[in-house]
Write a protein that binds this ligand. Structure first.
Ligand code: CA
Ligand code: CA
Ligand code: CA
Ligand code: CA
Length: 289
């Protein structure tokens, strides 16, 4: 029985092989469909988003409430929806859900991520009597946006982040993921962008009031020498904030105002110059003709 089955199988194989061969002869296409390219779904977003400013040590007595991160969308056409994104650093507990619920970033524009749970307010009576501010907690998110706007301006594209991770004043590592699934218990390898900043070595030292900003839009945010301490009227248009909430001190930064576009390399300038000369030369030839 087993022998006869083997014979039948053998005959079938020979028959099928013959069919394929003859099909090729008469021109039928038995080629396997082309393999689909494996595309990294977040690759385009990775190439669009960069971190352009970090306020990790503001001059406030509730430091983390006044921190912010400026991000920039380099795409010329795509608006990125930030709802469902995750922002976290590498210390403390991992998050149990996405912490950005709404917000978007238009092409060639900025978004400023901030702590949705700021800020404590002065107690009016105590302040009147003693001229001091006592932090009084207010409901989460109730006035956070209003206070950021009061401090920096109403036109900025502020995006609230819940469960904000305090940005350590001596350096920290933070990232942005495009979904909670990608976050994968704080897997920085999956992050769209992440920066491991410092306040010494190659990085600018901080002055407990000014943010740091990227030298230009194409600079690598993980290289310390590509960052500058903000100052009033700097390349990013830095300015001094207004006192707001319990913070009667002012900070210096440029939230919403991006760093300059990259300066062309000298080689590019030479090529542009040669191109210009070429056009001039052709123009002269035409004039002579
Ligand atoms: Ca801080
Ligand atoms: Ca501080
Ligand atoms: Ca931290
Ligand atoms: Ca800025």
């Amino acid at each position: 029985m087993r022998k006869s089955l083997a014979v039948i199988f053998g005959v079938l194989v020979v028959f099928l092989a013959g069919s394929v061969a003859s099909a090729d002869v008469i021109g039928l296409n038995f080629k396997a469909p082309p393999k689909k390219k494996i595309v990294d779904p977040i690759a385009p977003i990775k190439s669009y988003l960069t971190i352009t400013e970090i306020m990790y040590n503001p001059a406030s007595n509730s430091d983390r409430n006044w921190e912010y991160i400026e991000i920039y969308n380099t795409s010329t056409s795509k608006t990125l929806d930030l709802a469902g994104y995750v922002f976290d650093d590498d210390d403390g507990k991992t998050l149990s859900s996405a912490n950005i619920f709404a917000g978007s970033i238009a092409p060639q524009s900025t978004a400023v991520l901030f702590n949705a749970k700021n800020n404590k307010q002065p107690h009016p009576k105590i302040q009147d009597r003693h001229d001091i501010s006592i932090p009084v907690p207010v409901a989460a998110g109730s006035n956070a946006l209003a206070q950021m706007q009061a401090a920096w301006g109403p036109e900025i594209n502020f995006v609230a982040v819940s469960n904000w991770s305090a940005l350590n004043n001596s350096g920290d590592h933070f990232g942005l993921w495009d979904s909670f699934a990608a976050y994968d218990s704080r897997n920085f390898a999956n992050a769209i962008i992440n920066v491991n900043y410092d306040d010494d070595d190659d990085w600018p030292g901080d002055d407990n009031k000014s943010s740091i900003y990227l030298t230009d839009l194409s600079a690598d945010p993980n290289v310390g020498t590509n960052w500058i301490l903000s100052s009033i009227g700097d390349d990013s248009g830095g300015w001094e904030s207004n006192p707001a909430g319990i913070c009667n001190k002012t900070n210096i930064g440029s939230p919403g105002s991006p760093p300059p576009a990259p300066v062309p390399e000298p080689v590019t300038l030479v090529l542009l110059g040669l191109g210009g000369l070429g056009i001039l030369f052709r123009h002269k030839l035409y004039e002579q003709a």
